[in-house]
Ligand binder design. Sequence first.
Ligand code: ADP
Ligand code: ADP
Length: 235
Amino acid sequence: MAALRLDGVVHDYLRGRQPVRALNGVSLTIGGGQCVSVLGPSGSGKSTMLHVMGALDIPSEGRVFIDDTDLAALDDDALSDLRRRRVGFIFQFFNLLPALTAWENVAVPRLLDGVKPGSVREEAMALLERVGLADRAEHRPGELSGGQMQRVAIARSLIMDPGIVLADEPTGNLDSRTGDELLDLLASLAHDGSERSVVMVTHSMDAALRSDRAVLLTDGEVAGDGVPGDVVAKF
Ligand code: ADP
Ligand code: ADP
């Protein structure tokens, strides 16, 4: 089963009254258990594609399927429900809540889902353990390094056990050694037997070479797709 499918996706933004075409006919199928990196120059449509994949943006044309659900068939409530339960998001600047501890940040999506804090603490702790941060559970983001904050964000992305994890420049704000460790952790999310798909936008060739597959975007179109070494060579 394809975890994610884009079929002829076009996306335009309006700049004043002028449409700007960010995606120009993107078709891609991403299966479960794959870690895919998305490369391309600035402005080539990488973030837009990630937003479309995560149902944050509805494309101007074309279809998007998540686990064979056609997003066009869903109303706003169903879309936000699907986003919350089936997609985990990881951002360059972590997007943690500064007043909450590490475990509370991990628990936030479950708490928003109406689960009581007591029962979710254990789940959050298990995920912090998984990302190697169990000993920082009671620390607030301000007391953590960048790499540690991104580990918290990765744990948070998993708390709803999503089939898809989308990461926008997850190592863009980290030194390269910390970044490499996190890339291994991200790839492991796809390789742990969960059949999860991980898609990450990156400027790092190193990140691309560590993934299973690379997609190159140029001017909103797929200009390369396949073995990372081959795709990186085109970029
Ligand atoms: P990338 O992530 O590869 O840098 P983006 O997806 O952010 O590319 O942007 C693709 C194109 O769409 C660029 O020309 C960008 O300026 C434009 N764009 C992105 N977001 C918006 C927006 N909210 N409003 C108008 N134009 C946008
Ligand atoms: P990146 O290049 O790392 O993808 P950007 O800095 O281009 O990110 O964009 C950051 C945010 O600003 C994105 O959410 C994108 O949608 C928005 N954005 C990008 N370009 C434009 C633009 N020309 N006008 C309005 N919003 C934009």
